[in-house]
Design a binder for this molecule. Sequence first.
Ligand code: AMP
Length: 495
Amino acid sequence: MPFEDLHLSDALLKAVADAGYTEPSAIQAAAIPSVLMGKDLIGVAQTGTGKTASFVLPMLDVLAEGRTRARMPRSLILEPTRELAAQVAENFEKYGRYHKLSMALLIGGVSFGDQDKALEKGVDVLIATPGRLLDQHQRGKVLLSGVDILVIDEADRMLDMGFIPDVERICALLRPERQTLLFSATMPAPVKKLADRFMQNPKVVEVARPASTNKDITQLLVPADPHHKRDILRRLLHEAGDSVSAIVFCNRKTTVRDLAASLKRHRFRAGQIHGDMEQADRIRELERFRDGDIDILVASDVAARGLDVKGVSHVFNFDVPWHPDDYVHRIGRTGRAGQKGSAVTLVTPDDEEAIANIEKLTSQKISRAAPLPEPVREPAHPRRKRPETHNETHNEPHIEPHNEPHREPGSESRQESRPEARQESAAPSAAARRPTTSRAGAQAGTRAAAASGKPKTGQRQPLRSAATETTDPPSAPGFGPEGIPAFLLVSASRR
Ligand code: AMP
């Protein structure tokens, strides 16, 4: 079906053509006509399906009529995180380039002053996180009685983050006869209850999970000793090549910080993003990743939820996510817009149950690589002296001794109070230690040289998929002599 059949204005058709879209996605085709008719809508869909345009496009045309009033936004979009709010704002700018609509972003971590000014002028579209919106409402800076269209995006994530009471409070402040659009990857009972309470006879549109249907993402599980996860990750990154563009997901903020620092010490161009960072720092890291200034972004789920970065070649799950839904979200960061991508998950013996839950949710058996040869193990030594040339303060690499296990922090160093932080800091299962043997490849990495002189690449190209050579070992073709996929037979040793 062409976009022309959706009864969108010429201005929108032009903007959509500028964006390079040839036809609407399934959620767009199903949702746009209903939204244009003013109906309430539940979209059971997640990022990667084109769901943002499914509400932004019709909203632009609906809002083209009418005018703004000071402090009374005409439409409101609620997002669970600042990043998603900023991303939706970008979408408004992209699709609304031929419309003359005003927009404001109300998100935590940004000064009240600028937000106050924008609200004072009056806005057609207000994109907000629930907490900051309620703050501004209490300060009398925003009146919600003029909102004709409400969008509750990522409702299941709002639930995970403890925002549903705030969302309910906001809904109660709006006119009952408004139009409400709710999007959620899943419909757990509290989200359903929210919909029942605040929506009128909604049309329900459901589209398939991208992860279970997206054939462009090759998935692989790599068995990992919990004490060698960093080493294994480095080997995989080496093998992925110099043009890798990877997001590495960890379950906890402390792991994000430690792993990003470790990768940098090993001369990877890595950055980090997690829920404890200042908004300006998060945005800066994302921009560095988008621009290709760094090629590895170590991330927590909260910060990376729904991020839309073009050309991410690999997603690595350094930790298996605790919630199977998060797996689906994580791997959906790659293989976007028809490009190929790889999703590689390190699996320790304690992760088997979480993997089984993921496979159940996605109705998909994920291929497993044979265990990697373990790194060379130095004979037990009283204390290994760090080479003098490896000076961390000057960003020189230091090699983590292979016989020094990587320790995951056992608990967060401080009490977390925000729901977002609480979710990231829940304790994972303890990692089991296995005896090590001494087997390793011999190829030295070349990344150090690349890191020092790598040209900045604006356009990311997906590279050969790390997982494409694998399937159920050892019978599949393309495997090494020991049933190990060829791409995994690479030493990460940088001596
Ligand atoms: P979303 O699910 O809203 O996060 O969108 C995922 C990606 O799909 C974004 O990069 C959009 O720019 C892109 N996209 C949205 N609609 C279309 C379309 N009709 N054709 C191609 N790409 C699209």
